[in-house]
Ligand binder design. Structure first.
Ligand SMILES: [Zn+2]
Length: 280
């Protein structure tokens, strides 16, 4: 499922197509009501540089009269925005398409989502919308003090805290395992027992793991495809996710897999030992 690196990969790839592009026409697919929330007819509206916070893509737009509006996308399990030639046939499971006029040609921008857990939302004013109301600060931009305090105040496991998008946004099932392995912290350790040094190490590991994944175009584990329909490359560099039974790259102990709440957690029982003393 798309997490921060996958959303950022799509955002970066859309910049050269969307900036200044004008909507000629739009079409909705067969299942619009499920997740297209209040999107008006945007013919004549112009896109500016797409933004992102956590896993949410933010398309800022302006009407022909200059009024602002924002199209927000939570990609869910299998959501993807792609750009293509208007002559090409549409993929199945395409729910919304915009025919766009860029400086030199027309392109098609399509939202596809086979599993339909994603959500698109239109926001006409500056008030926080449903999606952004439940989206905390981006993990790559969060202030260290807020992060430490939020972690410390919780009796939940550090893994559950990092997955809670209201506290900090961008991390999902793949990268939570990778980040905690990088930081050498057991996924079940309670937030209240995470020291200040450990909290800072988690932030640093998040930066390292997520930035590298963005450079590799994201991880294509289940279905992720970028804005050109291509797979990412980060999946071959994962160190624990999906690697249960294989030797840890550091200590050679087998990686363990633990199921909790329908999600799988992967970790090294030695490098991420609960009793491990935090290194300064
Ligand atoms: Zn290990």
């Amino acid at each position: 499922m798309p997490e921060l690196p996958e959303a950022e990969t799509i955002r970066k790839q859309l910049v050269p197509f969307l900036s200044g592009a004008c909507v000629v026409s739009q079409r909705t697919g067969p299942y619009p009501k499920i997740f297209l929330s209040g999107i008006p007819d945007l013919a004549g509206w112009k896109f500016s540089d797409p933004g992102r916070t956590g896993k949410v893509l933010i398309f800022s737009m302006a009407s022909p009269g200059g009024e602002p509006g924002v199209l927000l996308t939570r990609l869910g399990m299998s959501g993807q925005w792609t750009v293509s030639d208007p002559q090409n046939p549409l993929n199945s499971h395409t729910h919304l398409t915009f025919l766009l006029k860029t400086r030199d040609r027309e392109i098609l921008l399509s939202y596809r989502d086979p599993r339909r857990f994603g959500r698109l939302e239109w926001q006409a004013d500056k008030s926080l919308s449903g999606i952004l109301q439940t989206t905390g600060p981006d993990i790559l931009e969060v202030q260290a003090r807020y992060f430490e305090e939020s972690v410390h105040a919780s009796q939940r496991s550090i893994r559950t805290i990092l997955l809670d998008q209201k506290i900090v946004s961008g991390i999902g099932n793949i990268y939570v395992s990778e980040i905690l392995f990088e930081a050498g912290i057991h996924p079940d350790k309670k937030g209240s027992r995470i020291t200040k040094a450990e909290a800072l190490r988690i932030l640093e590991s998040s930066r390292t793991v997520l930035t590298r994944a963005v450079e590799r175009g994201g991880s294509s584990i289940h279905s992720f495809k970028d804005a050109h329909g291509e797979a990412g490359e980060n999946q071959i560099h994962l160190k624990v996710y999906g690697l249960d039974g294989l030797p840890c790259q550091i200590c050679k102990k087998p990686i363990l897999k633990k199921e909790s709440g329908g999600r799988s957690s992967y970790f090294c029982p030695l490098c991420q030992s609960k009793r491990k003393k935090p290194s300064a």
